[in-house]
Ligand binder design. Structure first.
Ligand code: AMP
Length: 190
């Protein structure tokens, strides 16, 4: 079982690379952003709470996210090839909770894969995605807030995972195939 945290700023390519990993390795996939957008679409209480945070570029409180994550993870059963965590963890308490949740089940995170993309490129990609997909938080003002949140609350996880000994840095700028092959090199060695 190879549980993978795919890590990076908004627009770093986590979703795109996850799709390729799912096809090649048969992993499960949890995108917490997708989970929340689904809740909003279905008009649930959680969705209503989440919408305010998402539209404002802020993170949903840790306690809420941690509960959701455990219940989605358990939908994959106890015997799977691995699950990709995409968009989770975004804070140190979330990383600690993920470690604890998995260890209670006798599982662990096998690798954290960090997609490193310069800020001007992130901005360009997110503006383009907003125009194409109409995602409500892909507008210039909210993107700026999300990048600030990433720098202040999420990027400390790079050191956290480095200390755990499972951080793998990948240059996320350039050809999609080259980036994916760098990711496969990490996964194949696990
Ligand atoms: P994403 O699709 O991963 O870019 O997530 C979109 C938005 O959902 C984020 O800007 C947050 O508001 C919220 N979100 C997604 N994942 C998390 C998380 N792990 N913790 C807190 N908020 C999250």
């Amino acid at each position: 079982m190879k549980n993978i945290v795919i890590f990076g700023a908004p627009g770093s390519g986590k979703g795109t690379q996850s799709d390729l990993m799912i096809v090649k390795y048969g992993f499960g996939h949890i995108s917490t952003g997708d989970v929340l957008r689904n809740e909003i679409k279905n008009g649930t209480e959680l969705g209503k709470t989440a919408k305010g945070y998402i539209d404002n570029g802020q993170l949903i409180p840790d306690e809420l996210m941690i509960d959701i994550l455990a219940s989605v993870y358990d939908t994959f059963g106890t015997d799977h090839k691995g699950v990709i965590f995409d968009g989770f963890p975004r804070t140190i308490p979330q990383a600690e909770a993920l470690k604890e949740m998995l260890s209670k089940r006798g599982h662990c995170v096998a690798a954290m894969i960090e997609l490193d993309v310069p800020e001007d490129e992130l901005m360009k990609r997110l503006i383009k995605r907003g125009q194409e997909s109409g995602r409500s938080d892909d507008n210039a003002e909210t993107i700026k807030k999300r990048l600030d949140v990433y720098h202040n609350q999420t990027s400390p996880l790079v050191d956290w995972y480095e200390k755990e000994g499972i951080r793998n840095h990948i240059d996320g700028l350039g050809e999609l195939d080259r980036i994916f092959s760098d990711i496969c090199n990490v996964i194949d060695k696990l």
